[in-house]
Design a protein around this ligand. Sequence first.
Ligand code: MN
Ligand code: MN
Length: 460
Amino acid sequence: MDRKNAWSSYSDTDKQALEAISARYIDYISRAKTERECVKVAIELAEAKGYVNMKDVIAAGGTAKPGDRLYMDCMGKSLMLFIVGEESLEKGFNILGAHVDSPRIDVKQNPLYEDSDFAYLDTHYYGGIKKYQWVTLPLAIHGVVVKKDGTMVDVCIGEDDNDPVFSITDLLIHLAGDQMGKSARDVISGEQLDLMVGSIPLTEDDKSSVKDNVMKIMTEKYGFEEEDFLSAELEIVPAGKAREMGFDRSMIFGYGHDDRVCAYAQLEAMFAIEGVPAKTCSCILADKEEIGSVGATGMRAKYFENAVAELMALKGEYSELAMRRSLANCKMLSCDVSAGFDPAFGGQFERKNTAFLGKGVCYNKFTGSGGKSGSNDANPEFIAQLRKIMDDNNIHWQTAELGRVEAGGGGTIAYICALYGMEVIDSGVAVLNMHAPWEIISKADLFEACKAYKAFVLEA
Ligand code: MN
Ligand code: MN
């Protein structure tokens, strides 16, 4: 039952392909640090591969035929890709689904204030984070500001070498006697996570002078007023590019591997498919997984079902019953990261059922917590089929649970798609430092995930 380390099996050709994918992935996550940016860059890549906007096809009264490559976004924050197969859509799709939102710190709606000649943006964190990890780091602001007239201003400050960065301060160790005795949850409170953004006063006397000066710069540079924060979506993320890690460059150190590594592997898999597949292949990049898949762009919304209905209509196959059959006949990999074994914290893992970095794509029959609460428990019939596909294609793969029983837990989008009656299992890349500002993966696992996802959509 031991799984082999993938690195020892690679030929020179394999290593070349692995390095090429890794370089493309590093570029993707360095450019795409919000769900909107992930969708935008994914659309750029898809269009370059011949994908056409399904909304345009619908508006033009067009049709869809086998071999067509289509995409449809949901509010610019979720995205679906389709390659129309030979078989009727009622036979179901093979689906890859990942999420492109990552833990971060969001700017509040009334954020700007000053204290003691420092200007700050007040924040509210998004997703499960260890708050103490987000202080004393160079941070960037990404997002959009929508003005009253509907114009959208894109914001990205802190990524260019010539940009300033921002930061959240921490108390000096010399005065931290009380703080050091607190539990890690309370070392930094949620309201302490405010971003320092300036310190020069605009005039000598004005009480809000530093704040006014910051606002003046924002108005000059970005053309928006303080009230425009009310309709802004600004996300604070670690500043800087993803990097290779280790003397042997075997790993990637980057922000947002959860879950952009799986999202990106899905894109690579879709783009590697040539010609016309038998079954329709699709991939979903969903938003809001980190806060429970809620809202119109989260997986609990109906955009995938709606897109399936639209595609069936374009192909002249739509009826309510045909669509229900189609959804129930789908097979899906819910592609989300898994907890990689970390020897420094070995006690939280059960080694026989743990994902190891470098041992390939990981399958989780269930996630959840306690007695599998909140989990999608995949069927063994489906897992048996996956074993065959993986082994036939010489893919390195492993099975895992998320840590020791009762050590904690986590969720994915698997259980939501399972509601349609489709076969679903969690599958992903093992990550160290999950949900920290900088996470770690193995290039080998990214490479194996790309191969596994392609084999799955073509053969399941
Ligand atoms: Mn995830
Ligand atoms: Mn997560």
